[in-house]
Design a protein around this ligand. Structure first.
Ligand SMILES: Cc1cc2nc3c(=O)[nH]c(=O)nc-3n(C[C@H](O)[C@H](O)[C@H](O)COP(=O)(O)O)c2cc1C
Length: 463
């Protein structure tokens, strides 16, 4: 099967042997090959035309009635305030992060670019921007640039409870990734490990989109000690000719899903597991594949975690909040996508704990692995997120499905058990359930927040 990328002269991508059956089927269904071509860097003439349209938009839209500041709505959504209030009100429990309520990024000039149409739920789709202020030409440049396209492409990144706890600020010369503490899970994730891990995935998704578009990227992680919520700065360092693997990773981003259905009773190949381990190493973390006797310890850890969390009314309240989100929120976990009841070697998080009892067996051929780092700091949490993204994308290419299991690290006693499995050589950040993938197109969709809630276009030079 030969996949051709239209409108990119000289680049024909031949799906190589590593790309499996499931990937090919899904690719054909969603037609995302064409979406990749949308990431092409625009020729200068087109960029100039877009900038001109921006200037014209200013002239047309110079009536004060058309000026709308969108940042206020972005900074602290109401749900986030509720989470922070709940965590602060709880004696003995540290507030998210370091115990201090973290502000949104410091107020700079108010952005007056409004994303008026976004298809974030449709992978690879772009938003449309409306320019309503005096600096519209500059913002048009940033909005039409590769960095904006890359952060748009990162909107479908997976996250804990699908909270999507990140915000992007895009300038002409760089994009900033910020932790959105208002979306931190106060009970499940008081230290922000899972939040930072999720943001690392978004960062890797953006870099992957740049790579597929022929851009090499520089990353500065946790660049400002005074602003720990500024997780990364991302900029373009040059051009390269995209390899088929770059495009494959991008395409994997478009079709990857968390599939909680029991895995089919098919063995996971050693080559597939090796590919995941290599992806983790290249991403800056490690993957330890559990031996059968260690799976028993994981089972114990999962059981203890479930018991402790489900006995906590605040955990149950947080779970209920994020599995029953309003349709307009664009986040959370729809109950239809949660794990169907099944007797499994390692129980999955019960998103609907009072649901029916299991009546089938599943996951008998599943493999389990721990993603871990050498040290346990916010920087390594971020790097581990990037590595996790690399693992998830490598799995798609290997016809494997990976579903994250973070409950086993959320409860200290369970995390301690997993540290024992690693014999002290590292810090476990998340467990992964791995199986042979089945087509995911029958799965109900999982929502994503609209681009205008996640991305601020600032324009101008940052450095
Ligand atoms: C850091 C992290 C932790 C997660 N923990 C769990 C978990 O414990 N159980 C689970 O079923 N899914 C878990 N997930 C999967 C998310 O719920 C899922 O990515 C999100 O709902 C979006 O769905 P999608 O991956 O299909 O796009 C986790 C994902 C991330 C990134």
């Amino acid at each position: 099967m030969k996949l051709c990328l239209p409108r990119r002269p000289g680049l024909d991508v031949v799906a190589p042997a590593g790309v499996g059956r499931w990937w090919r089927e899904e690719a054909a269904v969603v037609g995302q090959v064409d979406a990749v071509s949308r990431l092409d860097p625009l020729p200068i003439a087109i960029q100039a035309a877009i900038a001109l349209v921006g200037v014209l938009a200013v002239l047309v839209a110079s009536s004060p009635a058309t000026v709308r500041d969108v940042r206020g709505a972005i900074c602290v959504p109401r749900t986030g305030r509720e989470h922070l209030a709940r965590s602060r009100a709880r004696p003995g429990r540290p507030a998210p992060g370091t115990g201090v309520q973290r502000p949104c990024p410091p107020a700079g000039p108010r952005p007056r670019v409004e994303v008026i149409r976004s298809d974030a739920g449709r992978p690879g789709a772009m938003g449309a921007v409306n320019f309503t202020d005096q600096d519209a030409a500059g913002r048009a440049r940033a909005a039409s640039g590769p960095l904006t396209r890359a952060v748009l492409a990162a909107l479908p990144a997976p996250s804990i409870f699908n909270t999507q706890p990140w915000r992007w600020r895009v300038y002409d010369d760089q994009a900033e990734l910020w932790a959105d503490r208002s979306r931190q899970l106060a009970t499940v994730d008081p230290d922000g490990r899972m939040l930072t891990l999720s943001c690392g995935i978004a960062l890797h998704h953006a870099v992957t989109a740049l790579a597929a578009a022929g851009q090499t990227a520089g990353i500065d992680r946790l660049p400002d000690p005074d602003r720990p919520d500024l997780l990364a700065r991302l900029w373009i360092t040059g051009r390269h000719r995209p390899e088929p693997a770059d495009v494959r990773r991008y395409q994997a981003m478009l079709i990857r899903r968390t599939d909680r259905r029991p895995f089919p009773d098919l063995p996971v190949s050693a080559a597939g597991m090796d590919a995941l381990c290599e992806a983790a190493e290249q991403g800056g973390a490690h993957l330890h594949v559990l031996h059968p006797d260690q799976v028993v310890e994981l089972t114990v850890a999962a059981g203890r975690a479930a018991e402790a969390e489900l006995a906590d009314p605040e955990y149950r309240a947080e779970l209920a909040t994020w599995t029953h989100r309003p349709a307009t929120a664009g986040d959370g976990i729809p109950p239809a996508t949660t794990a169907p009841p099944a007797r499994r070697p390692v129980p999955l998080r019960e998103f609907t704990p009072d649901g029916p009892a299991p009546d089938t067996d599943g996951d008998r051929s599943a493999r389990y692995a721990l993603l871990f780092t050498d040290v346990d700091t916010p920087t390594t949490w971020l790097t581990a997120g990037e590595a996790l993204s690399a693992v998830l994308l490598a799995a798609v290419a290997a016809d494997l499905s990976v579903s994250p299991m973070s409950d086993v690290v959320e409860v200290p006693a369970s995390r301690h058990l997993l540290s024992g499995i690693l014999a002290g050589i590292g810090h476990p950040l998340i467990a992964l359930r791995i199986g042979v993938a089945e087509p995911t197109r029958g799965l109900p969709p999982v929502p994503r927040r609209p681009a205008e809630s996640v991305i601020e276009i600032e324009g101008g030079e940052r450095r």
